[in-house]
Design a protein around this ligand. Sequence first.
Ligand code: IMP
Length: 196
Amino acid sequence: MKIIFATQNKGKANEVKAIFTNTPIEIISLYDLGNNIDIEEHGSTFSENAFIKAKAVYEIYKEPVLADDSGLSIDQLNGRPGVYSARYAGENCTYEDNNLKVIDELKEFPEPHKAKFISCAVFYYDKNKIEVFGELHGRIIMDQRGTNGFGYDPIFIPDGYDKTISEFEFEEKNKISHRAKSFNVLKEKLLDFYFG
Ligand code: IMP
């Protein structure tokens, strides 16, 4: 069976597709569908935004939908960039613009710059809703390292490691990430929902 994943972010889509390999569920992203719908994420929490995306896509296709709203929360910045993670440095900014803005804002604070990634993963199919959270704790460093991954990966070192997520291999990130945690639980719930 197929489930639409309400994202145009190829990095996210690849991570979630890998989690569902070896299951009867095939993940099709908006990117795969060639749908570049612009969904306004006006919620104030990850959960609200995840359901806004899922519902918007459900209204178009009337098919079961997965969505994820995720971001970075930095202790010394009172949880910012939080739900503003994607456009922290402004509309149409690059990942690098966001990383440089975070580094600049942290200059006045002592190390370590504790932070966590949060993922809220949801399933939406008319009256059926499931919501799961995943977190990855670590710290922000003041330079960008590595070339893999996306977003804030080059400036984030997970607890227990001495390299940024951008220096992780894809499979390695997909074992420990916030999104791996939320979607692995959601996967089990969906397998139970459809085939249990
Ligand atoms: P969303 O697509 O609205 O959920 O925005 C998520 C934003 O949070 C991304 O554009 C990234 O800036 C950041 N983000 C979420 N997950 C990750 C990750 O796994 N690595 C790095 N940055 C992430």
